[in-house]
Write a protein that binds this ligand. Structure first.
Ligand code: PBG
Length: 327
């Protein structure tokens, strides 16, 4: 035998010398859930050890993230039920929770990169990412509101807006409005290949944003999010978003879609984000709680696999755990 592959695995020194992929704090975008109130830090039932923060505690949390070397956050807000409607009215409130959250983070840590979620579901009385009429989700009317929402976030100080809705043409609408209004440097991270996945359940608990069960309201998001069976279409969606002005594209969820991540990585020349979603987080937590999986090892293995598949950056609820583990 001339070739013995195991020579490169004899000890940690040689293994680390030839290792092809490493995760670092630079890889992460930290999703954060924000609620109204004071001194609120509520654990999300289906996401153990993950919390919703009121603005005062959000400030503390982002300082801690910064000190750990985590330099980018992705903000989501839980909107009080009474402020929800079918038009995204509250989403455009210049003094809304998202707009105040952006300012809070920027005041606490000015260098922190702030990305905002742009989608109507947290604001929708029907739990949809767009305006609902006659049992349908209206595309163009929704895209117009999403563009206004992006502008409102940009005015509040967001560095990037991140549309997670999957309406057609919304990147074009958003980019055009931001350019017209002088926000040339506000970036767009598009959820470009976002699948109609069953892994979003815990997130919908976190924001109380699941589609409502009512007559004439679609019960799922399959008319706008992608069919998990489709691969070519993921590339089409992504290339279109780039043409419409997306700076960063995204594949979501992570683990079940790593073939798509690699296809897209090979097809585009912009950064590719991967969202390791709430259900992926919950599965690991649940199995680890039962002693069925080794938590830390599984976390690092999954994050490494996501990066190896081609992720430039990873939105992950494990970001804090991961940076503590790698140092
Ligand atoms: C909705 C949105 C979802 C997530 C991010 N933005 C859920 C959905 O599409 O229903 C999911 C994130 C996660 O599960 O961690 N605009």
């Amino acid at each position: 035998m001339l070739i013995r592959n195991r020579r490169l695995r004899t000890g940690e020194a040689i293994r680390s010398l030839v290792r092809e992929t490493a995760i670092t704090p630079n890889d992460f975008l930290v999703p954060l859930f924000v609620v109204e109130g004071k001194n609120v830090k509520e654990e999300i039932a289906s996401m153990p050890n993950y919390y919703r923060y009121s603005l005062d505690l959000l400030e503390k949390e982002v300082k801690e993230l910064w000190n750990l070397g985590l330099k980018s956050v992705l903000l989501f807000v839980k909107v009080p039920e009474k402020l929800k409607d079918n038009a995204g009215t509250e989403a455009l409130n210049p003094d809304g929770l998202m707009q105040r959250a952006v300012k809070t983070v920027k005041n606490a840590v000015p260098e922190m990169l702030v990305m905002t979620d742009v989608a109507l579901d947290p604001y929708s009385s029907f739990g949809h990412d767009g305006i609902v009429a006659d049992g349908k989700i209206l595309n163009d009317d929704s895209a117009a509101v999403l563009a206004e929402m992006s502008l409102s976030h940009a005015k509040a100080g967001a560095d990037f807006v991140a549309p997670s809705d999957m309406m057609d043409g919304r990147i074009f609408e958003m980019r055009s409005l931001l350019e017209d209004e002088g926000f040339h440097d506000t970036g767009i991270m598009s959820y470009s290949a976002k699948f109609a996945s069953a892994f979003y359940g815990p997130f919908r608990d976190a924001l109380d944003s699941a589609p409502v069960d009512a007559k004439d309201i679609p019960k799922d998001k399959k008319t706008y999010q992608m069919d998990p069976a489709n691969r070519d279409e993921a590339i089409k969606e992504t290339l279109m978003d780039i043409q419409e002005g997306a700076d960063i594209v995204m594949v979501k969820p992570g683990l079940c879609y790593l073939d798509i991540v690699r296809d897209i990585k090979n097809a585009v020349n912009v950064p590719v984000a991967v969202y390791q979603v709430s259900g992926e987080y919950a599965m690991i937590k649940a199995a680890a709680e039962r002693g069925w999986l080794e938590h830390d090892a599984v976390v690092l293995e999954q994050l490494t696999a996501i990066k190896r598949a081609g992720a430039t950056l990873i939105a992950s609820y494990f970001a804090k755990d991961a940076v503590k583990l790698i140092y």
